[in-house]
Design a protein around this ligand. Structure first.
Ligand SMILES: CC(C)(COP(=O)(O)OP(=O)(O)OC[C@H]1O[C@@H](n2cnc3c(N)ncnc32)[C@H](O)[C@@H]1OP(=O)(O)O)[C@@H](O)C(=O)NCCC(=O)NCCS
Length: 501
């Protein structure tokens, strides 16, 4: 305990007592009548009073103090005193012997004594850096099994879906929970294709956004925000579930159109209106060039888009769920998802992976180039994954797509892939580093005619469906996501220095 105790009298002003607390660097004063504690005034009370405004400055201690405070005897153990503080959420306990105040124990003293950090809830747990392996929610949308090299949308293998179904069917699966019947499939396609058109209020602003420049992912954030605003999206807490679903369909359907319109504006070209008669991938390439795309290339890009719809609790999906957990509107959650996806450690890597192939140039140069890069500490873009500790099934599938469409760099990429895996196994043994989705993504996208500035946006074009499926799930069973951090700065509270004149 601390002794002697800093005390106050009931009829002195709170301002005087507060000044004494400040001078003596204590968090409370015990209010005494004779030697007996009759109340306690804490820094929390002072803060409350300060919040009430200047009219409270003349208050007397007796008016603000907590009367008849709980006290402990000097014989109680530190453990018991700590338990009392924690249980009753006090920070200070006067110590009395008989009727006489002899000391005070404070949470701060106990922390110092035990050299522990503040633990507000006894049940708090420490998560590993990057939240690796921490389960933070339950989901029926899908999952990734990193050791098996397997991932799934609902109960189906994602790569089997990519081989067999259209993107719109899988979109239906993620939103509705089952694959559509033929009739449901037609109705859903008609519903979402009608929503591809960007509302006029936003369409008018796209040339300005494109003219402002910057990466297309940044422009897309602005455009999605405007969709939400122009369509009157409201915090989901204030709207029925059906309206949130409609918001989600509208954003998912409009994102590919926004991407292509922004891209064309930046090239000085007029946007190409979406065509409701075309499938998802065909329409995507149609809006790029205004020409009917080759069916194989359209299927290739659609398969890439299917493979990237969802992938467990990746950083952008988690971001979208955190934003949703606050009750915010859907456009806000998608905007946050786009920002998270834009980072090179997440969805910003495919153009860098293609740059790597260009920088290596020839098969002979692969090994020396890579040894040099890894020795320097560089990350090889398109390799490694937080969850996969074996080959990434998306990369395997996309290698097949690249070979099927006879992508120009498919053969070279396969050679480089093997060399990267070998070099990483030698120089980073035990890390299990393999090609991830981004390595062949650039090879495929380049070959279907997408320029590098569209690589990350194309990832976003379908990932938005995964974000929205997660938004709907989060909203259906919500608790605000609000973890804690361990404070490691200078020990508080330090006296606040007066402002310099
Ligand atoms: C995907 C990624 C961010 C996962 O990060 P993570 O789970 O935090 O893994 P770490 O960065 O801690 O990597 C673990 C070890 O493997 C090494 N490593 C991981 N990916 C590597 C890569 N692509 N090239 C070289 N070394 C790599 C790290 O240097 C680290 O080595 P160390 O133990 O000597 O420090 C990471 O692998 C990466 O940066 N890859 C390149 C970017 C990329 O392709 N992003 C797209 C992801 S789909």
């Amino acid at each position: 305990m601390s002794s002697p105790v800093v005390t106050a009298l009931p009829d002195e002003s709170v301002a005087d007592a507060a000044a004494r607390m400040h001078d003596r660097s204590v968090g409370s004063v015990v209010v005494v009548g004779g030697h007996r504690p009759i109340g306690i005034l804490t820094e929390r009370d002072i803060v409350r009073m300060a919040g009430a405004g200047p009219s409270s400055a003349a208050l007397k201690v007796a008016e603000l103090m907590t009367p008849d405070p709980d006290c402990v005897a000097p014989v109680v153990s530190v453990h018991e005193a700590f338990a009392t503080l924690a249980e009753r959420t006090y920070r200070h306990l006067p110590v009395v012997e008989g009727d006489e105040l002899v000391g005070i124990v404070s949470l701060r003293d106990l922390m110092r004594l035990a050299q522990i950090q503040p633990v507000v809830h006894p049940g708090q747990i420490e998560a590993p850096p990057g939240l690796e392996g921490v389960i933070v929610a339950e989901t029926q949308v899908g999952d990734v099994r990193g050791l098996e090299g397997f991932y799934h949308y609902r109960q189906y293998s994602a790569v089997e879906l990519a081989a067999a179904r259209s993107l719109e069917d899988i979109w239906f699966l993620l939103f509705e929970g089952h694959l559509p019947s033929a009739e449901e499939s037609r109705a859903f396609a008609a519903e979402v294709r009608a929503l591809r058109t960007v509302p006029d209020a936003v369409r008018r602003l796209l040339p300005e956004i494109a003219a402002a420049g910057g990466p297309l992912m940044d422009q897309l954030r602005s455009a999605v925000s405007l969709i939400g605003h122009s369509q009157g999206f409201r915090p989901w807490l204030d709207i029925p579930a059906e309206e949130l679903r409609t918001n989600a369909l509208q954003v998912c359907a409009a994102v590919p159109t926004l991407i292509m319109a922004l891209h064309r504006h930046a090239q000085g070209l007029d946007p190409v209106d979406p065509d409701p008669d075309l499938g998802y991938g065909e329409n995507y390439l149609w809006m790029l060039t205004g020409e009917r795309p080759d069916a194989d290339k359209a299927r290739a890009v659609e398969q890439y888009q299917i493979l990237t719809i969802d992938h467990g609790f990746n950083a952008s999906t988690f971001t979208a769920r955190v934003i949703t957990s606050t009750g915010a509107d859907l456009a806000g959650a998608v905007t946050g998802g786009i920002a998270a996806l834009s980072g090179p450690l997440h969805g910003g890597a495919p153009s860098r992976a293609l740059d790597l192939l260009d920088a290596i140039g020839t098969p002979d140069n692969a090994r020396p180039y890579l040894v040099d890069a890894v020795t320097r500490g560089d990350k090889i873009m398109g390799f490694g994954h937080r969850v996969y500790k074996t080959t990434d099934p998306r990369s395997e599938f996309l290698r097949g797509v690249a070979e099927r469409i006879r992508a120009r760099k498919a053969g070279f990429a396969t050679q480089v892939e093997q060399t990267v895996v070998d070099v990483l196994a030698e120089l980073k043994p035990g890390r299990n580093l393999y090609a991830n989705v981004e390595f062949y993504a650039g090879v495929v996208m380049e070959d279907v005619g997408l320029p590098p500035d569209l690589f990350s946006p194309t990832f976003a074009s379908s990932r938005v469906i995964g974000w929205c499926a997660n938004v709907l799930e989060q909203a259906a069973d919500n608790r605000i996501i609000r973890p804690s951090a361990r404070y490691v700065g200078p020990p508080p509270p330090q006296p606040v220095p007066e402002a310099e004149a």
